[in-house]
Design a protein around this ligand. Structure first.
Ligand code: ASP
Length: 458
């Protein structure tokens, strides 16, 4: 049995609905289908989820939401009309949406999640209706009926362990199950959504609960690319990578798959297959427990921007007990989270996301570190990009760091810092933000495109 999830662009219009149906019919082991809310049809379009969030917030601030309701409903109406589905279905969505928006707003987070989840709810109902009308017996199954219990962390809910036993019963359904992504129910009966992009997580939870053979994740790209296509034209696709490699690439800036969605399938050892709704014959990317390294020591290079470094120097720091702890305690007390803390003999750097800091906070932190730790110098460097070069094969392959740093030297990129944990799964390099794109290209060419011309000298 396979669990199959379709993202927002795969259900954005009637034509996409037809593709979904064809994909489901092509393999009868696809028994549980999870859908997102209709996404963008064009670059300028707005996702249904964003329209819903906007309508909830407008209602909370007492504004008229008539225009928003019309825009939301027209998305479903367009699909239903094109597919020849009964108008009553859409009338039902309209009545339901109006009623919910008119509902109790005293608990704002519950209210907002209750509206935000409707994109998926209506989409799954529409998909089930379409499949039935076109001759494929299917049933809409609501998360509350199936027992998808989640925590009361509205907007970033987590599945409760108790949910798995109830969800496992979905295996026994005779018809194709159509399940809305993105939300579950709290113990006291409120809708609570996962964080954005959370339909991936619904699919992963269901796959783990029913013990699926594969979790297929259909999106609008052929698979996971070895580098960001916004930086590089037509990067190579990764045919296979491990959960850990994907985790590191996601941390490093890849956004194909929701970060939290890996855990349920990883624990259950279920492979993920990322595929393209618009090119279903492509095998896509497989995410598995272990892989044959073969010639692929590294699988990809990710890049994430917007970091800053707090550089702290103190002569004989290495002899002072508790210096690192006290420094990180200041970071914690200022309510900041840090990503890395590389160190030298007499210096320690704390790397964190720049958007957490304000000018006032920077002054206070500098002052505290200088006073409380008697540091010699404290400076802050902004606009650092972190490159993550990821691959299990690095561990057993000689000269990997030499190749990475050599490629950057040839491209005239200065490395601000270099970090590699003992697992040697990822090498993280800090470079100036303005050098990030050149650096990604240089590393990519070194490993994936050896015939590429070296970049021109600046
Ligand atoms: N529709 C939700 C969002 O836009 C969830 C999803 O698409 O996975 O974030």
């Amino acid at each position: 049995m396979k669990v199959i999830k379709f993202g927002g662009s795969s259900v954005a219009d009637a034509n996409q609905f037809r593709k979904v149906r064809d994909i489901l019919l092509a393999d009868t082991t696809r028994r549980i289908v999870v859908v997102s809310a209709p996404g963008k049809r064009t670059k300028e379009d707005v996702k249904v989820t964003d329209l819903l969030i906007q309508s909830a917030r407008m209602r909370l601030s007492g504004r008229d939401v008539g225009g928003e309701i019309a825009r939301i409903i027209s998305r479903y109406e367009g699909i239903a009309c094109d597919l020849g589905l009964p108008a009553e279905l859409i009338q039902g969505f309209h009545t339901d949406l109006c009623r919910r928006l008119e509902g109790d707003t005293s608990r704002t987070r519950e209210f907002e999640d209750g509206i935000k989840a409707l994109g998926e709810m209506y989409c799954a109902q529409l998909m089930a209706a379409y499949l039935n009308e076109s001759g494929t017996p299917a049933e809409f199954v609501a998360p509350e009926e199936a027992g998808l219990l989640v925590s009361e962390e509205y907007g970033c809910a987590r599945v409760l362990e108790a949910a798995y036993a109830s969800l496992a019963k979905l295996r026994n359904r005779k018809k194709l199950v159509v399940f809305p992504g993105f939300y579950g129910f709290t113990r006291d009966g409120h809708i609570a959504t996962f964080s954005r992009g959370g339909s991936d997580l619904t699919g992963a939870i269901l796959a783990a609960a029913v013990g699926a053979k594969v979790y297929e994740n259909f999106t609008d790209v052929d698979g996971i690319a070895a580098a960001d296509p916004r930086i590089l034209k037509n990067p190579a696709l990764i045919p296979e990578l491990t959960y850990q490699e994907l985790r590191e690439l996601s941390y490093g800036g890849f956004s194909v798959f929701h970060e939290e969605a890996m855990l349920p399938v990883f624990e259950a050892g279920i492979p993920i297959n990322v595929r393209n709704t618009n090119n279903p014959s492509h095998p896509g990317t497989w995410v598995v427990s272990t892989r044959d390294i073969g010639g692929r020591a590294i699988v990809g290079v990710a890049c994430d921007r917007g970091f800053c470094g707090i550089y702290v120097n103190k002569y004989l720091m290495n002899r002072e007990k508790g210096f690192g702890r006290k420094l990180l305690q200041i970071i914690e007390e200022e309510d900041l989270s840090f990503d890395h803390a590389p160190s030298g003999v007499d210096n320690l750097t704390v790397i964190l996301r720049q958007n957490q800091l304000t000018a006032q906070l920077i002054d206070r932190i500098k002052d505290r570190i200088t006073r409380e730790l008697a540091a010699d110098t404290v400076s802050i460097e902004n606009d650092i990009a972190l490159l993550s070069v990821v691959g299990h094969g690095m561990r057993k392959t000689l000269g990997m760091a030499a190749r990475v740093t050599g490629a950057l030297a040839t491209a005239k990129v200065n490395i601000e810092m270099l970090m590699q944990g003992p697992s040697e799964l990822t090498m993280i390099l800090g470079v100036k933000d303005e050098d990030a794109a050149v650096a990604v290209r240089a590393i990519y060419d070194e490993f994936f495109n050896p015939s590429a011309e070296p970049p021109p000298l600046p």
